[in-house]
Design a protein around this ligand. Structure first.
Ligand code: IPE
Ligand code: IPE
Ligand code: MG
Length: 252
């Protein structure tokens, strides 16, 4: 009985049972399962993407309340272009729609919007919405809401290698003296700390080309819950589990 009361208390979305001294600085989320969520309700896949936007808002606010500094959300991968054009077109309209509704509140909450990904292939309306949000929030000092949009880890690392080779060829750096920090600073995530916690929804147990360098020592947390149903309570459960982990980084 007591246990049941305790566990209910632990799951309360108040964050009260979390230790304030051990809040992850950077949480990254692979927001997966929109299509299956829609299918399970007899809806078209895009209805799942639309509903997923509400989860983005919900979790952004929850992260902000917890005092998390960086929230990286995998919104579209470099491989997602393989999907039917109608679905891709729909997904490319979402940043615009999301920001039209939420930008003022994000600004009011001191949130800084960033994008981590390749801008070149994005349709102009998508890019413009994201760039406007980035410009308008550039001076904000609260939560960094980092959208991984047209992001792929292999491309990111290959581009970094190319850039380093180019700098070496120009005599700007010596290959022998290359450090991990040199590599890291040229990644799209340059300047951000590595994710402390990675969450993936929908029951898939894979990384899907997401931040493969940066996740080297992240704590991984998976849930069967589809992204549109991912609640603040689930998020707090993930952070609570994170706080119970012992991070060793190869040491003792
Ligand atoms: C995640 O949901 C959103 C994107 C990848 C853009 P999915 O669209 O992958 O949904 P499932 O995995 O097919 O259910
Ligand atoms: C990963 O999900 C990409 C995003 C969440 C944006 P996918 O649904 O594309 O990944 P796979 O295909 O199941 O590995
Ligand atoms: Mg998926």
């Amino acid at each position: 009985m007591l246990d049941r009361i305790r566990s209910r208390f632990r799951r309360k979305p108040s964050g009260k049972t979390l230790s304030p001294d051990n809040i992850p600085q950077h949480v990254a989320i692979i927001m997966d399962g929109n299509g299956r969520w829609a299918k399970s309700r007899g809806l078209p896949r895009v209805a799942g993407h639309h509903s997923g936007m509400k989860a983005v808002k919900r979790i952004t606010m929850a992260a902000d309340r917890l005092g998390i500094k960086y929230l990286t959300l995998y919104a579209f991968s470099t491989e997602n272009w393989k999907r039917p054009k109608s679905e891709v077109d729909f997904l490319m309209k979402l940043p615009q729609e999301f920001l039209a509704i939420e930008l003022e509140e994000l600004i009011a909450n001191n949130v800084q919007v960033r994008m981590m990904g390749y801008k070149e292939e994005l349709p102009p309306h998508t890019l413009q919405a994201v760039e406007t949000a980035m410009e308008r929030t550039a001076g904000n000092t609260g939560l960094v809401l980092n959208f991984a949009l047209n992001y792929g880890s292999r491309k990111e690392m290959m581009d970094t290698v190319r850039q380093l080779c180019d700098e070496a060829a120009k005599g700007q750096l010596e290959p022998d003296k290359l450090t991990e920090a040199d590599f890291e600073s040229r990644l799209l995530s340059g300047g951000m700390p590595d994710p402390d916690l990675l969450i993936r929804t929908s029951g898939e147990l894979r990384i899907s080309n997401f931040m493969m360098w940066q996740l080297a020592y992240s704590e991984l947390w998976f849930t069967e819950v589809y992204w549109p149903e991912f609640s603040e309570e689930h998020f707090l459960e993930a952070v609570s589990e994170y706080q119970r982990r012992a991070r060793r980084y190869g040491g003792l």
